[in-house]
Design a protein around this ligand. Structure first.
Ligand code: S3P
Length: 171
């Protein structure tokens, strides 16, 4: 297995928080696909969505993912919609240990309610989260490691991932 940990999950499931703690634990590089897209395009995610459109963003997402996965010893955090393309799922499965984080709809809504950086949640946040969760049902299931974050601390989640990584030979 390639020596990368790839965190996937719906918006607000804690990918970024877990990713930065994992970085400290494994002493690997932490790369976030959204931040990489912003750097390459020179625009924020909300601006990319409003000025260039979602299809452009999704193309960039695949491009960035491919490039990142040529390297190893990375914690890769991803945007919640990266699983929408089967090609991305294939790339990730071949690119390292894929870990899916989950949280209850209530917990997700609580975490993202006041956030203005997520264009797909503009308007009625509760309604948007519930609809997108429904549309994306099953999309994160290809990950060999699935973690429900609702009842766990960040350190507990990181322990589970490091343990799985050791067993799978990725650290
Ligand atoms: C998206 C999730 C966002 C970001 C973009 C689209 C999605 O990332 O990539 O706003 O489609 O779920 P986070 O999951 O980090 O919020």
């Amino acid at each position: 297995m390639k020596r990368n940990v790839i965190l996937i999950g719906f918006m607000g499931t804690g990918k970024t928080t877990v990713g930065s703690r994992l970085k400290t634990r494994l002493n690997w590089v932490h790369i976030d696909t959204d931040r990489e897209i912003e750097a390459r395009v020179g625009m924020s995610i909300p601006d990319i969505f409003s000025e260039k459109g979602e299809a452009f963003f999704r193309d960039k997402e695949t491009e960035v993912l491919k490039d990142i996965l040529t390297q190893e010893e990375q914690i890769i955090t991803t945007g919640g919609g990266i699983v929408l393309r089967d090609e991305n799922a294939r790339l990730m499965k071949d690119g390292g240990l894929v870990v899916a984080l989950f949280a209850t709809p209530e917990e997700i809504i609580r975490r993202v309610k006041h956030d203005k950086q997520r264009p797909l949640l503009s308007g009625d946040v509760e309604e948007r989260v519930k609809r997108l969760l429904m549309e994306r049902e099953g999309k994160y299931d290809f990950a060999p490691l699935q973690i429900d974050t609702s009842d766990k601390t960040v350190d507990e989640i990181v322990d589970i991932i490091v343990q799985a990584c050791t067993v799978n030979g990725c650290v």
